[in-house]
Design a protein around this ligand. Sequence first.
Ligand SMILES: [Zn+2]
Length: 443
Amino acid sequence: MKNFFIILAMKILNIGLKIARKNGGNFLGKIAYDWNPEIFKYFKVDCPVIAVTATNGKTMTNNAIGYTLKQSGKKVVSNIEGNNMETGILSTILKNCTLTGKIKADYLCFEVDEGYVPVVFKDFRLDTLVILDFFRDQLDRNGEVESLILKINDFLKTYNGNLILNNDDPNVSRLGHANPDNNNVYYFSVERYKYATDTEKEAGEGKFCPFCKTKLEYEYYQYSHIGKFKCPNCNFGDNPIFKKATNIDLQNRKFEIDGNELKIKGNSIYLIYNFTAIYSVCSLYNIEIEDIKKAFSTFSLNNGRLEEVKINNTPTIINLAKNPTGANVSLRILNEDDEQKELLFVLNDNIADGHDVSWIWDINFNNLNNVSRIVTSGTRAYDIAIRIKVSGFPAEKIEPYLNLDEAVKAFYKTKVKKYVIANYTSLQPTRHALFSYKEGTKK
Ligand SMILES: [Zn+2]
């Protein structure tokens, strides 16, 4: 009875929020969870539940899974707004369930914060868990990535559902060994691409075998520590591959899986990994290849996730970078593009970013390809300017502005192609400043 009243109260509250035109974020879930932390047990779900977790890429991947399933005519309930902790997922469930806790959908798709996988799915159905990557995040001190991985590993010891793992990330593929009795572990991989390197180009984790501590041997690195690796001592990494992306052609934005040519809207190796994971999910649920192809070719990258727009008639690519790997992925795309371009880097140090911005020293600014000018902004505009200068980029071509609108104005004084990198709390203000400038130029 208690849960019935919690749901009823949240439904009424949700109507109130709608009238007040407020989205509520994780508000409903927070109240309900405080009321009864065991409420997850109450819901009745009779459709597959798919969850995606990772350091980078979980929002895009979850949204694209939902988008592809919808393309094939399925009803999908998803936390598309990205509230990915237990209270955010609970909010999504509360908005979509009946008073008796039934959720009517063909699929539930959730993006879940790495730390909350065991919390949410302790008491809630889970059929397929996708794990993309683990990197050091901006707030992490030494060892925090490892403790996160161990927490998920503990959860997986008793999990028997589908587990879709990136075989090219040693931090992820190790989790396939958590439960030796689980026969539903599927590894995906991506064939070496044009800009892969023989040595590690960017800061990464995963240097030693988690089982026997031997140094891992890499055939190649795609980006950061993602690549084809193997432990020379115990063969860790040598797994049967369920789905492999081949013939990666970033310039023409296409690749192949199972001999099917797949077109996408972005041009990053990082996206190929995400789409290979999505393809793996679709394949487990027998989604028609034509629906997959159509969905992949029309899925728009937006909200500062490799978002491509035109501002002042100038092509502009905006990407969020909450950690060194995110920034390095953006710089990779910039460096793989031979055209002349300019970069705007916006760095804040608010609570959600971490006051400590020393992670910028793990960004690889060396040998930028055809970058004629860099504008910096955010509360730490000068820190990032100094970081870039130390990498050898000419100081006279770096322009720091504490004021974001002034930075954007200076940035668009030329018509050269633009790349924008913004960290966590600076992303939306940066998008706002860019789009306001765009509106202003139309008048
Ligand atoms: Zn080993």
